[in-house]
Ligand binder design. Structure first.
Ligand code: GRF
Length: 205
């Protein structure tokens, strides 16, 4: 069984989608650890209720990013983690983590990367006037929202959408897309650091 760690900072709706998929046995893997950098994250409540092992690694206790990241790697190694899934984890990982888990870290971002990286991508999409946006699951390198794209889901941007309405539509797609890519990881389809050549890489509305 592939051992996943899910890294969170907030609400945890993607964690929930991943946990449900793992539990349903559609995925030959398990969430072996949930790590939050915020002690009060709602995601932690869900994880505890779901009986998932949790750890809090508060970034405020560290003045240096690399020191934080070294402790994070130690924690992941202590739990024998194979894959690291970032799900609303609001920190950039330095090469300390990226090199400890080469091509074994994924992130989900609510835009069609490389468009609209960084903060408030839904508002960026609205401001740009695009007709479609969506979400991307990508391998993590030391950049922000860069790295090879594993899969993307497209959603329409509708007239009158505000960031909240678009976020909601995108989030629904995230909850379908991320478990799908998690399954690929568990099945070994991402072992070479490149996505499988399948139509399932693209989820349409
Ligand atoms: C999601 O929109 C995800 O794409 C982004 O942060 C948000 C996390 O939401 N990286 P949740 O905590 O999974 O509900």
């Amino acid at each position: 069984m592939t051992r996943f760690a899910v890294l969170v900072s907030g609400r945890g709706s993607n964690l929930r989608a991943l946990a449900e998929a793992a539990k349903s046995k559609r995925i030959p893997g398990e969430i072996a650890l949930v790590v939050s950098n915020r002690p009060g994250a709602k995601a932690l409540e869900f994880a505890t209720d779901a009986g998932l092992p949790t750890a809090v690694l508060p970034h405020k206790a560290y003045s240096k990013r690399r020191a934080y990241d070294r402790d994070l790697v130690r924690l992941l190694q202590a739990y024998d983690i194979d894959w690291v899934l970032l799900a609303g984890f609001m920190r950039i990982l330095s090469e300390v983590v990226v090199e400890a888990y080469p091509q074994r870290i994924l992130n989900i971002h609510p835009s069609l990367l490389p468009a609209f990286p960084g903060l408030a991508p839904q508002q960026q999409a609205i401001d740009a006037g695009v007709a479609v946006s969506g979400c991307s699951v990508h391998f993590v390198d030391a950049g922000m929202d860069t790295g090879i794209i594993a899969a993307q889901a497209v959603v329409p941007v509708k007239h009158g959408d505000d960031a909240a309405a678009l976020s909601k539509r995108i989030l629904k797609a995230e909850h379908k897309l991320y478990p799908r890519v998690m399954r690929w990881a568990a099945e070994g389809l991402l072992d070479d650091g490149i996505p499988p050549d399948t139509a399932a890489r693209l989820l349409l509305p």
